[in-house]
Design a protein around this ligand. Sequence first.
Ligand code: DHB
Length: 302
Amino acid sequence: MLTVKIKNIEFKSPIMVASGTFGYGDEVKNLVDISQIGCIITKSVTLNPREGNPPPRIHETSSGMLNSIGLANVGVDDFCNNKLPYLNNMGTKFIINIAGSTFDEYVKVLDKIEKSNGQHVGYEINISCPNVKEGGMEFGVNSNATYKLTSKLRSITEKLLIMKLSPNVTNIEKIALAAEKGGADAVSAVNTFVGMAIDYKTGKMLLNTKFGGLSGPAIKPMAIAKIHKIYNTVKIPIIGMGGISKFEDIVEFVRAGANLVQIGTLNYKEPSIACRLYNELEQFLLENKINDINKLVGVCGK
Ligand code: DHB
């Protein structure tokens, strides 16, 4: 069995696609059988439209990707008018990712979406973007700010509330605990690690903003460690991510403590990877006589 629940919401697959890698669902409709995906997390939505950072804003590394998109998106009004109708009719669960520079921005965006007729099952709150000058990651590195924001958002929605955590902290457990205390239904972890790359010949920095977020297989062991620490600290479900590229990685994340997972960077290489890994995971469970993936959560030891 591969169905997984967060609160009252049942997902037919524990595999979601990560924010920013599937647009608003419409960009990939000819490439993927969307019905096979557990849940699509939309690209971050902010109050106003954003152009994002100037290029170059993506750089491929030997086993990952550095990016500094700067939350380019259409803004919440355009999102509600022109993106939500497609998402509503996709036939697959979706969660709306929200980002902001200030406390009030997060609140306003969520409030506007609440008043639309969205069929989304919840919100993922990006308190971990490394690429904007203000806000973003500032919330995710401070447990007090995380608690305050989570409690406020909790008071205005009954849908799933998931806080997306930054790995760029000394003590991620403390932030996860603040999210749990604030009333979050789950945490997703981890967002990208701050990274930088330089052209060795010219000395030129390879991202316009100098620093960016590193994702992909390079970060997997670090992500696993963070997830296990969170698992040992909170009771709410964990959505694990960080460099998943094969079904074995999913099992590893689950054993570390994740209830669900997200695939991010690898979607760019193979847009239907979430479907392929679902089938491979199902086969693995069958071959190993494991009748329910939930039984593997946190099962690891020396
Ligand atoms: C962006 C946002 C993120 O949360 C991230 O991890 C990387 C990039 C962005 O839009 O710049």
